[in-house]
Design a protein around this ligand. Structure first.
Ligand code: FAD
Length: 313
């Protein structure tokens, strides 16, 4: 078993920022993550991160990873499967290793909800994507389907409608959930948009690439549509089934934290999109990550000095 002061789960903006701040406070820090960079990698151009100008998300995250390593933290590309309290410490189990850590920061972001159909996985990156920035090219002169009724779906359609041949907008309910501005912009679009209320995709047709979809309506009527791309903008899931049962989460399964990024459990902190923060942006994740790193250091300082952590607020 590997012993350390701090394990950070997730190498997105929150986790990497936490690692920079914690290791500068002298904590032996290990970042365990399934990938390097997280969702920010999907941002084609970052125009709202102070201090950088029109840098790609991937490049920004590579710079952060360099800073993490320069400050002495280690990054391990593994997937965490369980965390459990073990005496005063936390035991973090990954698909390869077990870490014993005095403190843990949860920074594992969120996951797209997806279409929830059987062959979905086969088409990821082959015409099926979860953000409009991922596959900008496939809109050009093509028939595409956009799934979801919120602002992400609406904004993708507004930005790309003039490029596409035809857009099928597949909406489960009987109304749009996007804001009033987006609704007005949608009304101004060219007439290549087919809005399918009370429909859902039941199958993707094709072998190597997407050739079409089968949609089913509320009255069970099935229709085959020829499309070569699908944007699934159906929201996100917060995957927390592997977390301790007594960790407090909100109705969406997001981890509830206080102003210093503390959860309700001792030595367990959280930052970024995985928490119940109001705003889910890279700069917010980085800022909250910095706070989590500093709070973890303060927690360990109190523990070392035998001070009551609860009173040190
Ligand atoms: C397409 C797109 C464009 C965006 N554009 C912008 C933008 O222009 N500007 C902006 O400010 N924000 C943008 N955002 C939002 C921004 O990317 C997020 O708010 C930010 O990435 C949140 O950072 P995070 O560190 O909390 O989580 P994430 O970036 O989601 O990172 C979580 C990390 O945890 C890892 N992980 C997950 N589960 C496990 C596990 N079990 N074990 C180990 N590791 C795990 C993941 O692999 C990932 O590396 C965009 C998001 C998307 C999807």
């Amino acid at each position: 078993m590997n012993s350390t002061d701090l394990v950070i789960i997730g190498a997105g903006a929150a986790g990497m920022s936490a690692a920079i701040f914690a290791s500068r406070q002298g904590l032996k820090t290990v970042v365990v993550s399934t990938d390097l960079g997280g969702q920010t990698n999907l941002a084609h151009v970052m125009e709202n991160y102070p201090g950088i100008q029109e840098e790609s998300g991937v490049r920004l995250m590579l710079i952060m990873a360099t800073q993490v390593k320069k400050n002495g933290a280690e990054i391990v590309l593994q997937s965490v499967q369980n965390i459990a309290r073990s005496g005063e410490n936390w035991q973090v189990t990954t698909n390869h290793d077990v870490f014993s850590s005095k403190a843990v920061i949860l920074a594992f972001g969120k996951t797209p909800s997806g279409l929830e159909i059987d062959n979905e996985k086969d088409f990821i990156g082959r015409g099926l994507c979860y953000s409009s920035q991922e596959e900008e090219g496939w809109w050009l002169d093509q028939n595409v389907a956009v799934v979801g009724s919120g602002n992400s779906a609406a904004e993708a359609i507004i930005n790309h409608a003039t490029k596409a041949k035809k857009i099928y907008w597949v909406v489960r309910g009987n109304q749009l959930k996007c804001n009033a501005i987006n609704r007005r912009l949608i009304d101004l679009l060219p007439n290549n948009l087919n809005l399918l209320f009370n429909h859902r995709i039941m199958a993707i047709n094709g072998k190597e690439t997407i050739e079409g979809i089968t949609v089913i309506a509320g009255d069970n009527k099935k229709t085959k549509l020829r499309v070569s791309g699908i944007l699934s903008a159906t929201g996100y899931r917060w995957q927390s089934e592997w977390l301790p049962e007594n960790l407090i989460r909100d109705q969406s399964d997001r981890i509830v934290v206080d102003n210093d990024q503390r959860t309700n459990l001792p030595g367990l902190f959280a930052a970024g999109d995985v928490t119940d923060t109001n705003y889910q942006q890279t700069i917010i994740a980085a800022g909250d990550g910095a706070k989590a790193g500093l709070t973890a250091a303060r927690y360990l300082g109190c523990r070392l000095a035998n001070l009551d952590w609860g009173k040190d607020k």
